[in-house]
Design a protein around this ligand. Sequence first.
Ligand code: TYD
Length: 207
Amino acid sequence: MIDTKGLFIVLEGPDGSGKSTMANKIGEYYKLKGKEIEFTREPGGTNISEKIRELILDNNNVEMDYRTEALLYAAARAQLVSQKIIPWLENGKVVISERFVYSSLVYQGLGRGLNIEDIKKINDFAICNIVPDLVLLFDIDPEKALNRKLRFNNGDRLENENISFHRRVYDGYKQIANYYPEIKIINAERSIEELFEEIKNIINSIN
Ligand code: TYD
């Protein structure tokens, strides 16, 4: 772990679990405390990573091999970490990211059925050992969450996977939470206000 002055908060959970809404609220909260905030999302967040994102999520890329997919997520992440996240943290900023390596462990590892140790290895290489200060895992039934999201758009290549894929991802999140002490599971099947109250308590306990 590099030694930085900043704070790195990650939001994880099924597609449609409400991460974006909470990312904004957490950002506003830190702004009121006088902190400088940077938001990012994965895959994406830099020019190169956004181009990789288009490749990965394009519904036309039906032939994409699962290993290619895993490597592309890791490549997009490597660029984001070196170009943005590490400099932000070194400058003492609060960095709020929707998704990080945990998504690859569960979507590519448990969802796609690739070896989770391999996914961990390529991502350790990609992220230069940075570890978030806090990972909020949004616990919500994957079917409910996905339906909420697909009401507003047609879905990308990952969202259009069948529900058993999304269930494996959900179960995967619950499993990996046992191995990563930075992960805090939060019940996301509640009102925005209730959810944010709990999140405030958690973030106040880490700094
Ligand atoms: P996005 O539209 O950003 O979804 P969300 O708003 O739910 O984060 O699309 C990202 C998709 O990519 C999402 O289905 C999860 C998936 N994903 C992976 O499979 N592996 C990864 O490492 C990451 C970061 C995302």
